[in-house]
Design a protein around this ligand. Structure first.
Ligand code: GTP
Ligand code: MG
Length: 194
């Protein structure tokens, strides 16, 4: 599919701030801070500056909505697991994210995992949470440009000690060279066709 139009809609914290359109599917991107959520949104929309990216983890603190092709939303969620943030702020972000995930919006969640990292306790909590609530989700492994093919297989073996998945049921992506972008876009298109 082609992304012809991608516009920032609004930032939100509470449910009352979410966009009024309830019939649009929302593709939400979650994962630990710095995993590459905002970069992925920019890569697949082909808009380099749409979502703010940063070397400093914890950059995205609000829920950011982007309207794509006037038809569906991308939702950039605050990252979890950033140690250097004061406890109170961490709690606030966690609540912002949980409120969104628990909301009755038409959503599909992409859970981003860095290919070079063993999934953290919070990653596992997120996956269990989605499972438990029956929220549809897909895993995307990010930063694939950082590993060789051999390293990829070793990494997947290590990650499998924590979570179970089939290779053809997950996505592999690099925001540096955009590899894997087409597969994600095709999947999004198949969701829209419903
Ligand atoms: P928060 O908003 O803090 O939760 O982070 P985020 O998940 O949105 O991460 P962001 O997209 O801001 O990326 C964090 C850092 O990783 C930036 O320095 C990016 O340039 C880098 N990065 C993201 N994706 C990739 C990738 O696929 N390859 C490489 N090499 N670097 C990446
Ligand atoms: Mg971000």
């Amino acid at each position: 599919m082609n992304i012809k139009q991608a516009d920032f809609t609004k930032s939100a914290v509470f449910e009352k701030d979410y966009p009024e359109e309830l019939n649009h599917i929302e593709f939400a991107f979650v994962g630990r801070s710095n995993v590459g959520k905002s970069s992925l949104i920019n890569s697949i929309t082909g808009r380099n500056k749409l979502a703010k990216t940063s070397k400093t983890p914890g950059r995205t603190q609000l829920i950011n909505y982007f309207l794509i092709n006037k038809e569906f939303f991308f939702v950039d969620l605050p990252g979890y697991g950033f140690a250097k943030v004061p406890k109170e702020m961490k709690k606030e972000w966690g609540l912002t994210m949980e409120r969104y995930l628990a909301s009755p919006r038409k959503k599909l969640v992409f859970v981003l995992l860095d290919i070079r990292r063993i999934p953290s306790g919070e990653d596992l909590e997120m996956l269990n949470w989605l499972d438990h609530y029956g929220t549809p989700f897909k895993i995307i492994f990010t930063k694939m440009d950082k590993v060789s093919n051999n390293e990829k297989f070793k990494a997947l073996k290590d990650i499998r000690t924590k979570i179970d998945f089939h290779n053809d049921d997950v996505f592999f992506h690099s925001s540096l060279n955009n590899n894997g972008k087409e597969q994600i876009l095709n999947y999004i298109e198949s969701c829209l066709e419903g």
